[in-house]
Design a protein around this ligand. Structure first.
Ligand code: HEC
Length: 325
């Protein structure tokens, strides 16, 4: 428990609808199914196909629970106060069989995450609005409009916000995109100038290390409960939603605000991705790689943040008349 990690902790909420990873994802809308490219899977690089597989990652990661192997976890289970319950669930002799016990532990974690009230309650103010129960207040309606508008925030292109086929929005299309987020100097691994976390093409995901076109791509996260997070993006480089919004709007117009300077005085833009991978960095709105005016004003950024606040679960019907978003 003393080794620092390399990525921000991804939320485990609202993962129930994440499709397994596919290189050729298509959401069939009537007849026109389009190949969206790589999408799905759990974690920032989508390398876990299910909650079952995902649970193994933190249990074995040296920077998380740091069990040497499945057997080490089973040894801990044998000595834990949960051993009796574990035996009652999986059989009297289960703990004598390491493989069976390891599988049982992952299954228990998987089933726990199928508890809707804990992991996907849909109790945000926005959900109440989608149900037609309340009006969105203050700046949130304007924020939603800007969030959806392809010429303004364009956020919904990757973080869809509307009900589709009777499903409440997950605020992710599960796609993989390179945003070129700045390097986080607070991650000790980044002290090595030769080290890069390239997401879909590795080094933590092993399947696509030869796919240069996948380097720098990370899975679009859900924005549900995002206002409750303390760090943003896969490397946690931003600590504040305002900084995230400024990054989207000004990455191309004022890169010196986000990236360090080089010795020759130029800005070291996209400093967390080797230049041979820059081709896949996304340049659609709200980015402005052709120059021009920022996609959003300060007031509009404020409105979108206000709207994001309406995505936090735990909105109580008792405060229906509150003007707080
Ligand atoms: C082209 C697709 C795309 C668009 C458009 C887009 N996002 Fe994102 N968003 C992503 C991806 C991909 C990530 C994760 C990137 C990473 O960590 O490297 C992300 C991450 C975020 C995060 C951090 C969430 C977390 O848990 O760390 C926030 C907040 C966010 N987006 C908000 C927005 C807002 C607001 C807009 C509109 C102004 C927007 N996004 C537009 C794809 C997109």
């Amino acid at each position: 428990m003393s080794l620092p990690g390399v990525r921000a902790i991804p939320s485990l909420t609202y993962q129930q609808a994440v499709p397994p990873f596919s290189e050729h994802f298509s959401e069939t809308d009537g007849d026109d199914s389009i190949d969206q490219g790589p999408a799905g899977g759990r974690g920032w690089d989508g390398r876990a196909a299910s909650a079952h597989e995902q649970a193994a990652i933190p249990l074995l990661s040296p920077v998380e629970m740091a069990n040497a192997d499945g057997g080490a976890l089973v040894g801990r289970l044998r000595r834990s106060p949960n051993a009796a319950l574990f035996r009652a669930t999986f059989g009297e002799h289960v703990l004598d069989n390491a493989a069976l016990s390891w599988n049982g532990a992952l299954l228990a974690l998987e089933v726990f995450q199928q508890s809707a009230p804990d992991f996907y309650p849909y109790t945000s103010k926005y959900d109440a609005w989608l149900r037609g129960k309340i009006e969105l207040s203050a700046h949130a309606p304007r924020g939603l409009e800007l969030f959806n508008d392809p010429a303004k925030g364009n956020c919904a292109q990757c973080h869809p916000s509307s009900i589709k086929r009777g499903q409440f929005p997950q605020f992710t299309d599960y796609g993989f995109v390179a945003l070129g987020v700045p390097r986080n100097a607070n991650i000790p691994a980044n002290q090595d100038p030769g080290y890069f976390d390239l997401g879909l093409c590795g080094p933590y995901r092993a399947a696509f290390t030869n796919r240069a076109d996948y380097c720098g791509l990370f899975r679009t996260p859900s924005l549900r409960n995002v206002a409750l997070r303390k760090t943003f993006f896969h490397n946690g480089v931003f600590r504040d939603l305002t900084d995230v919004l400024h990054f989207y709007v000004e990455r191309d117009l004022s890169p010196e605000r986000f990236y360090p300077g080089r010795s020759d005085g130029a800005v070291n833009k996209f400093d967390d991705l080797p230049s041979r991978f820059w081709l896949q960095i996304n340049v659609e709105a709200p980015f402005r790689n052709g120059g021009g005016k920022p996609a959003l004003t300060e007031d509009e950024i404020h409105d979108i943040i206000n709207f994001l606040g309406a995505l936090s679960d735990g909105y109580q019907s008792a405060s229906l008349d509150s003007s707080e978003p």
